[in-house]
Design a protein around this ligand. Structure first.
Ligand code: PLP
Length: 441
């Protein structure tokens, strides 16, 4: 008989699970954004998800407004996605070879946005890291321009003034990144055209790429000012630099064609390289770097820019991504748009009623709230940091207490899915006045 069964003594409450986790997992979490550092308390351990709901280890159900940080466009455990995954699992977990489904997913992506080539990777971090390497390989230049408050994953060069968990912890960057790497990343304020003009005038010959979130969603949402993305396209092109368009978060979520559909598609331009993640994996680890053939074909095995992955294009992940995108119909986006607008109206109503000064920043179906910002809104990272961040913790905990799971940081977007139905919205509506009053205190 083995002695490994600890079921009788295993922790079952969120607090006990967190205590046990801290003994074996740094900070008790496998990604810092899951920690409750900025809102306080023990993170909630989830054991089940269905539609718009999550269930925690104590059996409490929450309406989920995080949607696994974006992937769950159709809600949790959508039957078509689950079916596809079951079939893929039955056929084998990983082959380490080419597969028909990776081809179909690449073709599906290339049919939705104007990219010639798609290379699958496993995380958004790999996608942006590869895009930067490709841009350097293509231009034979070293510098990369990024914007303060934008998050592009955790590769060394992209952690300077990053959003998401780096913003939540108020870190300037990360220890362990060499000065040389940091020096090759030029950090500029978002929405600031003159800063870009000055930088390109001074160092244009050295700049390989500008990387931008198609619409920033990792310092809270920041709406790109009218024409800003088009300006990025123009200034990179005229200086021989590439534009890397990070749609890991917004891709096939901000709209049916991502944020590009609301920006480049309308204005008639395309970036050189794109990165996708989240929705294209439907909840499984998949991301992609994509773009123009001349640049993408620099990748190994065709070209000199090396990139690889044991589990890249994993068949189970491909099945989840394919089923998600195949079921992401116009009606799905209409539903998400409607629910997201309804949610915003409910939120604004509750905050206004409670007298809480705030502004809403929106990027397609994505939005977030900032406190104390009604006068000027939030246009860059400095604005995001200057808001009344202290109001978010009581707001968050009141929502949690009333059965709504929000991102545990004010610097994150709110995510809805097509599974958010009337009854989920009613639960949110019932929770919001409590949270608004807590935020007002
Ligand atoms: N780029 C953006 C815009 C993101 O929002 C994220 C993650 O949130 C990433 C890149 C990194 O993706 P991953 O967490 O899969 O490495």
């Amino acid at each position: 008989e083995t002695t490994s069964n600890t079921a009788n003594t295993a922790p079952t409450t969120n607090a006990a699970l967190y205590d046990a986790a801290r003994a074996v997992i740094p900070g008790g979490v496998n990604s810092p954004v899951r920690a409750f550092g900025s809102v306080g308390g023990a993170p909630v351990s989830m054991v089940k998800a269905a539609g718009p709901y999550l269930t925690d280890a104590e059996g409490r159900e929450y309406v989920d407004l995080v949607c696994s940080w974006g992937p769950m466009l159709l809600g949790h455990n959508h039957p078509a996605v689950v079916d596809a995954v079951h079939r893929a699992v039955d056929a084998g977990l990983s082959f380490g070879t080419s597969t028909p489904d990776e081809l179909r997913l690449a073709e599906l992506i290339a049919g939705k946005v104007p990219v010639d080539r798609v290379r699958m990777v496993s995380t958004g971090t790999e996608a942006t890291m590869t895009a930067i390497r490709l841009a350097r390989g293509a231009t034979v230049r070293n510098l990369v321009v990024k914007f303060a408050g934008c998050y592009h994953g955790h590769s060394d060069g992209l952690l300077a003034a990053a959003g998401s968990g780096v913003a939540t912890q108020s870190l300037p960057g990360s220890a362990g990144v060499t000065e040389a790497q940091a020096a090759e990343t030029l950090v500029l304020p978002y929405n600031d055209r003159s800063a870009l003009e000055e930088t390109f005038t001074a160092r244009g010959q050295e700049i390989a790429a500008v990387i931008t979130e198609a619409a920033p969603c990792n310092m809270g949402v920041v709406t790109p000012e009218e024409g800003f993305n088009q300006f990025l396209r123009g200034i990179t092109e005229s200086h021989g630099a590439l534009l890397i368009w990070d749609e890991v978060l917004t891709g096939f979520r901000a709209s049916e064609t991502g944020y590009w559909g609301l920006s480049g598609k309308v204005e008639g331009w395309t970036p050189d390289l794109w990165t996708f993640g989240k929705v294209i994996g439907g909840g499984m680890p998949t991301a992609a770097v994509a773009g123009r053939a001349e640049v993408m074909d620099l990748l190994a095995p065709l070209g000199p820019v090396y990139q690889a992955g044991t589990l890249s294009g994993n068949p189970v992940a491909m099945a989840a991504g394919l089923a998600t995108l195949q079921n992401a119909t116009g009606e799905v986006y209409d539903a998400i748009t409607r629910r997201s607008q309804q949610l915003e109206q409910m939120l604004v109503g509750a905050l206004t009623e409670a007298g809480v000064d705030h502004s809403i920043q929106r990027a397609g179906t994505l939005f977030s709230v900032a406190f104390g910002t009604s006068a000027g809104g939030v246009h860059n990272y400095a604005d995001a940091q200057a808001q009344d961040t202290f109001r978010y913790a009581p707001f968050f905990h009141a929502m949690l207490e009333h059965g709504v799971y929000l991102p545990p940081s004010v610097f994150e977007a709110w995510f809805v899915s097509s599974a958010h139905d009337d009854s989920a919205m009613e639960r949110i509506a019932a929770a919001l006045p409590h949270a608004a009053r807590a935020a007002a205190a």
